[in-house]
Design a protein around this ligand. Structure first.
Ligand SMILES: C=CC1=C(C)c2cc3[nH]c(cc4nc(cc5[nH]c(cc1n2)c(C)c5CCC(=O)O)C(CCC(=O)O)=C4C)c(C)c3C=C
Ligand SMILES: [Fe+2]
Length: 422
């Protein structure tokens, strides 16, 4: 999938000006990095986004090509230590998103480990966004222990998802007390972000699981070209887009009155993460007509089987020679908002290939990420219908699952999630 020639500049710092490099002119042995100009203006590498604002970055900002996602277990029992970590993470995220090194940089004293791990030296910000989330375990352990005095502020929607048919969850790939989603146009920049945040958290948190992703499987802006998933279909056509301000308020952002116990979450969202393994080799042996019937759209154009072009609304009532022309068991028919009280989600998933299985098949799939106002109304019923009726399910196995409350953006001088602890 070629990169789109131009993408939205909404939320960009400096209107697309060249990013400040991590040390275009740094000298080995010096503690400070000099600002260096990197890729030319307008290139994806030069994109920079602000950490601070009403909402966290990495939700409606244009989906980048690469992902490193990590879920963490919190090791400390000390509330202040947890707060210190969130403060340090916020500072480091702000630096890295601006294309700068963490702390005093990667090249400091010969006698100390450098603050920054160094692999992003010389690389521009590359559109890096870092998004933080809080898992159910932060509010109470599975035994009900209120570790940090947060239990009475737990959002009602932040509960482990129910078991769905087709789930074969691996415990070690599921859950987590905290999550960090790092997206960038350069995988090295995304990996550098997670690595440095994990390093900062050493002793306070430990990585529970992580997932690399490539080739975004959604669009979050009307300016972006629709990408393809590993089944070869356009994915993200009917996603909620940044330009749909009313739809975002209705389906993605948590309102001030949504949950009186969790007023701190207003302006935030919930993130559902699902690692979905795709049976690529079996899929590849299915005739094109069957593949299109399973999805409900044409493989080439992405148009619904009822006709038109990619963005034409599907007509589920249009008859074919043998029932509706868009089969009722097709993915699009099963998950469409018309069949779920109009609920929509902002999908922000990625393809993944984690090598090969013992049988020599690709260990590949779609790392599904969706931001919703409430998982109980906007995700669970849709997933339930999908698990029960969707023809795609024969080719899918969900191996990891997690849900997080994503706090609103941090204000000037604040750390991400501060209102929760206030
Ligand atoms: C429970 C939510 C969903 C899961 C899980 C999911 C997995 C999944 N989807 C595809 C491929 C496509 N999905 C498409 C559209 C689409 N998918 C969901 C929800 C889930 N998908 C929604 C709500 C929608 C939008 C439906 C609509 O409004 O019409 C499409 C069509 C193109 C598009 O609109 O994005 C494809 C293709 C895979 C392969 C997959 C799991 C691996
Ligand atoms: Fe889908």
């Amino acid at each position: 999938m070629p990169r789109p020639a131009s993408i939205s500049r909404r939320g960009l710092l400096g209107g697309g000006a060249a990013a400040v490099g991590l040390g275009g002119a740094f000298a080995v042995g010096r503690a400070s990095e000099a600002a260096g100009s990197s890729a030319g203006s307008g290139s994806v590498e030069s994109e920079r986004y602000a950490l601070r604002g009403q909402h966290q970055p990495g939700i409606v900002t244009p989906a980048q090509d690469r992902l490193h996602f990590a879920a963490f277990d919190v090791l400390t029992e000390d509330r202040d230590e947890l707060i210190d970590l969130l403060r340090s993470w916020t500072d480091a995220a702000e630096e890295m998103m601006a294309g700068r090194a963490v702390g005093s940089g990667a090249i400091g004293s010969f006698d100390l480990p450098p603050d920054d791990t160094g692999e992003a030296l010389g690389l521009p910000a590359s559109g890096l966004t870092i998004t933080f989330g809080f898992g159910p375990g932060l509010f109470a352990t599975t035994e009900g222990e209120d570790r940090f005095g947060l239990a009475d502020r737990r959002p009602a929607g932040l509960e482990d998802l129910p078991h769905f048919p087709g789930d074969a969850l691996i415990e070690a790939r599921s859950g987590g007390d905290l999550c960090v989603q790092a997206c960038a146009q350069d995988p090295q920049v995304a990996v550098h972000a997670i690595r440095n945040l994990a390093r900062i958290g050493f002793g306070t948190v430990s990585v529970r699981w992580s997932q690399l992703g490539f080739g975004r499987t959604s669009t979050t802006s009307t300016q972006q070209e629709t990408p393809r998933n590993l089944f070869g279909f356009k994915d993200g056509t009917d996603n909620v887009k940044a330009e749909e301000v009313d739809a975002l308020d209705e389906h993605v952002w948590i309102g001030a009155d949504d949950d009186p116990d969790a007023a701190w979450l207003a302006g935030g969202s919930f993130l559902v993460a699902r690692r979905i393994a795709m049976d690529i080799e079996v899929w590849d042996r299915q005739p094109l007509g069957d593949q299109e019937d399973f999805v409900g759209r044409a493989k080439g154009t992405g148009a619904p089987l009822s006709g038109g072009e990619e963005h034409t609304a599907p007509d589920f009532s249009l008859a074919g020679s043998d029932g509706p022309i868009i089969p009722t068991t097709s993915h699009v028919a099963v998950v469409h908002p018309d069949h779920h009280d109009g609920v929509r989600m902002l999908r922000r998933g990625y393809n993944f290939v984690d090598g090969t299985t013992d049988l020599g098949a690709l260990d590949a799939g779609l790392f599904f990420l969706a931001y919703v106002r409430d998982p109980r109304t906007h995700f669970t019923p849709v997933q339930q219908a999908m698990s029960r009726h969707d023809a795609l399910m024969e080719y899918l196995t969900v191996t990891g699952s997690a849900v997080f409350a994503v706090p609103p953006g941090a204000g000037e001088g604040e750390y991400v999630g501060e209102p929760l602890f206030g």
